[in-house]
Design a protein around this ligand. Sequence first.
Ligand code: NAD
Length: 716
Amino acid sequence: MLNINVDSDGIATVEFDYPNKSQNILNAASMGAYATQMQKLLADPSVKGIVLASAKKDFIAGGDLAELGAATDAAAFHQSIADWHKLMRGIELGGKPVAAALGGSALGGGMEIALGCHQRIAADNPKARFGFPEVTLGLLPGAGGTQRLPRLVGMQAAAPLLMEGKRIKVAEAQKIGMIHAVVPAGQERQAARKWVAEAIASGAKPLQPWDAKGFKIPGGGPATPAGMQMLMAANAMLREKTYDNYPAPRHILSCVYEGLATNLDTGLAIENRYFTNLVMSPVSKNMIRSLFFGMQEANKLASRPAGVAEQKYTKIGMLGAGMMGAGIAMSTAAAGIAVVLLDTTKEAAEKGKAYAAKQWGKQVEKGRLTQEAMDTLLARIQPTADYADLAACELVIEAVFESRSIKAEVTGKTESAIAPTAIFASNTSTLPITGLAEASKRPANFIGLHFFSPAEKMPLVEIIVGKQTSDETLARSMDYVRAIGKTPIVVNDSRGFYTSRVFGTYVSEGMALLEEGVPPALIDKAGLMAGMPVGPLALADEVSIELVHKIALQTKADLGAAYGERPADRVAAKMVGALGRLGRKSGGGFYDYPSDGPKHLWSGLADQFPQKVGADGTAMIGLDEIVERLILIQSVETARCLEEGVLRAPIDADIGAILGWGYPPFRGGPIGWLHTLGAKESVTSLERLAAKYGERFTPPARLKAMAAKGEAYYPG
Ligand code: NAD
C-alpha cells in the first residue's frame, strides 16, 4: 500500500503504491495505512521532513467510488472524515516540512492530500491533470478541498474547479497557485527532497498560508465586496442552470461561503456536514451507479455474449450518405477504420464526404486537429455508387430513407456483394428489425444499430436484436460500437425499440397536458424544472409533430382494436390536420420561428387548446404534479420495457436515457428514479396518476409485486 524509506538525513519518502491496480485510490484501507504511517513519522524524532510520492505514473486518482456509493451510516462516515481532517491538520502543524512530488495526475482526494502539504512540485507531464471531479458524481471534495483550494488560489479561480469539476493541466495549475513549481519529468522527487532539506536547514516552522499570521484570502473573502459579488452571481447562475436539482454544487457554494467566513478548522467541520449529507443522498448514489459503474460496465461490454472471438474492423460499408450516414462515417474513420460510403450516385456520396470535410475543417480552424490529420481521416472515406466496392467490408450499415422497400432493396444488393460472414445492420429509427430482416438471406447476421443525431457527436448506440439475430452477430456488433468509442445498450426488437418509445412518452405527456388546458409556457418550463434539457412541446416541434402523428397512425393500423387512443394522438392530429402546423422544419408547430428573432409560442395555441385556470389565474394542476407526470410517464414505460423483455437489464435503461435523450442524471435514469422513490411509493404515485389521467400510468405487474414484497430494486 505504502513504501516508506527514511534516508540518512532523516528525510522520509512515503510512496503510494496501491497493490494490483494501475492507479492509487483512496479507501478505508489505503487511508488507514497512510494515517498510521504518517502519525509514526510525525512522532519519530529522527524523521525531520517528508516527501510524498507515487509508485504509479499518476499520483492519486481519487476516492474509491464503490465504498462511497455503499456508505449508509452517516454518523460513522462523519466521524471517519473528522479523523481524517485531524490527521491532515497534524501534518500541516506538525513542525516537519512535507512536500508532494506529483509525477502525474492528482485528482479528488489525491489533490486534497497534496493541498495538505507545505509544498507541491509537479513534473512537466502533458498528460497530467489536476482537479476535483467529485461534483460530476453528485459529491464534493470532502477532504478539505472546498476549504484549502479557495484559501490558496482565491474563490474566483477555485470556482470552476470545485463547482464544475474542471481538470487543468500543469501550467495552469502553477499559474493559479495550486502548484508551487514545475520541473522536468522524472526530477520531481529530487526537487521535492531538495525543498524539504532546505526547509529543515532554515530551522523555520513550516506553515500553510492559512496558518500564518495575518493571512488573507487571495482576492478577498466572502464578506468583501468582490467576494459578495462573485458568490451572488455564482448562486444565481447555478440556479438558472440546474433549477436546484443538483445539491452538490449548491453545497459546495455553501461550504465556500460559510467556511471561508471563519477559520480553517471550523470550515472543515462545516464541509464535513455537507459532504456527509451528499454521500448519504440518493442523488450521489444514483449518479455513481449510472454515470460511473453503469457506464464502465457498458463500455467494458459486460453484456457481450461469451465465447465469440473479438472482431477487429478494418473496413465497413455505409449505405446512404445523408445526415446519419455521413456522421457514422466520420465516427468510424476517426477510429482508424476505412469506410465505403455508398449512395444512389457518386455525387450524392461525395456530399456525405463533403459534410465530414466541413465538420473536421471547423476543428482545424479551432486548432483542435491538424490539416495533416484531417487529410488522413478524409482519405479513409471512399465515396461510391458501386456495390462491388463493398466486397471487403466486415460490416455494412444502412442509413437510407426510412422506407421498408428501399431498405429491402439495398439489403439484397449488399448481400450479393459482401462475404457471407459479414454483418448487415440497419440504422432505422422506427421499423422493427425482425421485419426488415425478412429481406435478408442471412437473418442471423442482421441487426439494428440505432445511432442518434448528430451521429458524429452522440455517444450512444442502441443495438437492436431481431428474432433471428445470432449471439455472434451481437457480440461482433458490440465490438464495432466499442471500436468507434461509443457506448452500447442492447435491446430486443419491438415497436420504437427502447429509446424512441420512452422518449416519445415525455413528448406525448406534454401534449396531453396541453389538451387538459395547462398553459403551454408552464408545460415546457416544468420539463426544464424536471431536469430535462428541453420542454416537451419544444421537443415535439424539433422531432416534428407530423412524425408523432405518423407513428400514432402506423401503430393504430398495426394493432387495430387493441390500440388505445392517447390524448397526444388527438393533439397531433389537430395540429397536423386542421391547423397545418407540422413542427419546426415546416415553418412552425407549437412555436413560431421568426427569421429575425427568437422563437415564441404560437399565438393561436390558446384558441385551439383553451387554457383552464383557476379564479386566481393559476393552472388547475399543480406544478409539482406536472413535473411528476413528465418524469413518471418515462419511468412507467421503461418498467414496461423491462418487464416485456424489450430491455435486458435495468442499467441499460438508465444509460440509454441519460446518453440518448438527456434524461437528468441526478435521478439516476428512469429505473434509477423508481429505485430512488422505492417500489412502494412508485406504485402509490402511479396508481394515483392512473386513476386521474388514465391507464398509461398503470404500474406494471412486477413493479407491483416488488412493492407488495417490500423489494427496492429491479434485479440485475
Ligand atoms: P437523409 O435523408 O439525410 O439521408 C438518406 C440518404 O440515403 C440520402 O443521401 C439518400 O440519397 C440515400 N439513399 C436513399 N435511397 C438510397 C438507395 N436506394 N441507395 C443508397 N442510398 C440511398 O436521412 P437520415 O436522417 O440520414 O436518416 C437515414 C436513416 O437513419 C433513416 O432510416 C432514419 O430513420 C434513420 N435515423 C435518423 C435519425 C435522425 O435523427 N435523422 C436518427 C436515427 C436514425
